[in-house]
Design a protein around this ligand. Sequence first.
Ligand SMILES: CC(C)(COP(=O)(O)OP(=O)(O)OC[C@H]1O[C@@H](n2cnc3c(N)ncnc32)[C@H](O)[C@@H]1OP(=O)(O)O)[C@@H](O)C(=O)NCCC(=O)NCCS
Length: 163
Amino acid sequence: MGAPVRIDAMNEGDFAAVASIDPDAKLGLDQLRDERARPWSRLWVGREDGEGVVAFAIVWHVADEVHVLNVATRADRRRRGAGRALVDAVVCYGREQRVSRVLLEVRRSNRAAIALYRGAGFRATGIRSRYYPDDEDAVEMALELDPDTGQSLPRTDDVQLES
Ligand SMILES: CC(C)(COP(=O)(O)OP(=O)(O)OC[C@H]1O[C@@H](n2cnc3c(N)ncnc32)[C@H](O)[C@@H]1OP(=O)(O)O)[C@@H](O)C(=O)NCCC(=O)NCCS
């Protein structure tokens, strides 16, 4: 485990660091500004002392669902707990807001992300065939919550993933 990661709401001063974290996400400053202005958007960063912003998460909270759009950690700061801290913060937010589920899609080949979400209690609920522009399948994952107690409801995978 690396240095402790502090989770904060993303502010405008974080945008440049966030935009450089995951080039594949193609998030520019204007997109981040637009995203932060959406009433249903929630954006967080993970900071490390001496490093600044090392990770971020963007979710949409619509009705009784939280939908995870992006989670990414700077390449040189991975495997130090930042991704997990952000996913925990997202789930904590969902519990506080009494949502019924936290949802996401992830590339079928993205073993790191699938392992991260599984570790946080998410289960695979479906496959969206050729979901991404390059035709890769998406795995749909979900964490079901009891809105009254915030407890996560145990579930097993609905689809078989390669091990
Ligand atoms: C997926 C990603 C966010 C993980 O971030 P991270 O900060 O490295 O994650 P953590 O250090 O908190 O890891 C938590 C757990 O996730 C799993 N995990 C993370 N990276 C992994 C890898 N490369 N291989 C296998 N499991 C991995 C492990 O279970 C890990 O726990 P452990 O280190 O105790 O074994 C990071 O790899 C990333 O930014 N990838 C590119 C962007 C992306 O794919 N985002 C997800 C799509 S929404």
